[in-house]
Design a protein around this ligand. Structure first.
Ligand code: NAI
Length: 278
């Protein structure tokens, strides 16, 4: 975690403040716990208001019902937190959905919903928080993408496309934000053991790959990464102001493989498709 002073320019000590979207479950919930442990005032924001409330009760933070696809609602939350606490130190744009299936069985609804949540959700967060952080001359935006944002990840094209977009958005924003004292990091986890893998394609037509997301992930990875280890990796990466936080080590190896030979990485991905299709 950053060692940035807790003192605002007015001199009054105020606790650092963070908003974590998708804070009801999985990675977001673990981030809320880690931030709260470090004395950060956390707002767990989620579409699942009851889940966000549970996180808040458990870790002594605040909850907010939030749909990240609603730009005005995201803006209102950022404004409210800034007004109440006088500062916004961290925005974790973490909410996301898993959408899986072969390209030929995915409908436009699969594409639209993934783009709305996984990409527009992040855009809404950045659009709301970045001006506030520029004005403060300080702040850290942490976007959760995926290893699927760095590698050719088949059988989940809308997901892969949005996560590549989030990586690009984050790295380019980081380059712009530096001059304003604002930090930007992007997190690219490999398959991690969270409820996400049990409810792929939420509210959308189910597909064979989507229905078997956990099984496919386990077959691909061998063992799923633990959410607690990932939360620690993220906290360490944020403290070091890393541009890209890639975990676990197998993910970093896969990413290195793509950089060495994109063509070979596609061949490996094609083998995985054949294996998963049986
Ligand atoms: P999760 O399903 O446990 O948590 C995601 C949370 O986002 C849920 O609480 C859900 O209610 C919330 N959410 C969904 N749509 C929302 C919306 N429109 N507005 C507000 N909240 C919404 O999933 P997990 O694994 O914790 O995922 C968090 C992030 O990590 C996602 O962006 C996901 O794509 C990414 N990720 C997950 C990986 C995994 O294997 N679990 C691997 C790589 C990235």
């Amino acid at each position: 975690m950053s060692t940035t002073s807790n003192r605002s320019s007015g001199g009054a000590a105020r606790p650092r403040t963070a908003i974590v979207t998708g804070g009801a479950s999985g990675i977001g919930r673990a981030l809320c716990r880690e931030l709260a442990r470090r004395g950060v005032h956390v707002v767990a924001a989620d579409l699942d208001a009851a889940g966000a409330e549970r996180t808040a009760k458990e870790f002594g933070c605040r909850s907010a019902a939030l749909d990240v696809t609603d730009a005005q609602a995201v803006r209102d939350l950022v404004t409210e937190v800034r007004r109440e606490h006088g500062r916004l130190d961290f925005l974790f744009n973490n909410a996301g959905i898993a959408v899986g299936g072969t390209a030929d069985e995915l409908t436009l609804d699969h594409w639209d919903r993934t783009i709305d949540v996984n990409l527009r959700g992040v855009v809404h967060g950045v659009h709301a928080a970045y001006p506030v952080m520029i004005e403060q001359g300080r702040g850290h935006i942490v976007n959760t993408a995926s290893l699927a944002g760095l590698t050719p990840a088949p059988l989940m094209l809308p997901y892969t496309a949005t996560k590549h977009a989030v990586v690009g958005l984050s790295l380019a924003l980081r380059a712009e934000a530096r001059a304003h004292g604002v930090r930007v990091s992007v997190v690219c986890p490999g398959f991690t053991d969270t409820p996400l893998l049990d409810h792929a394609n939420p509210g959308l037509p189910q597909t064979a790959t989507g229905a078997a997301a956990r099984e496919s992930a386990t077959r691909t990875m061998g063992r799923l990464y633990s959410v607690d280890s990932l939360a620690e990796d993220i906290m360490r990466g944020v403290a070091r102001d890393k541009a890209l936080i890639v975990a676990p080590a197998s993910g970093r190896m896969a990413w290195r493989g793509v950089r060495l030979s994109p063509a070979a990485a596609v061949r490996v991905a094609a083998l995985a498709v054949r294996r998963l299709r049986g």
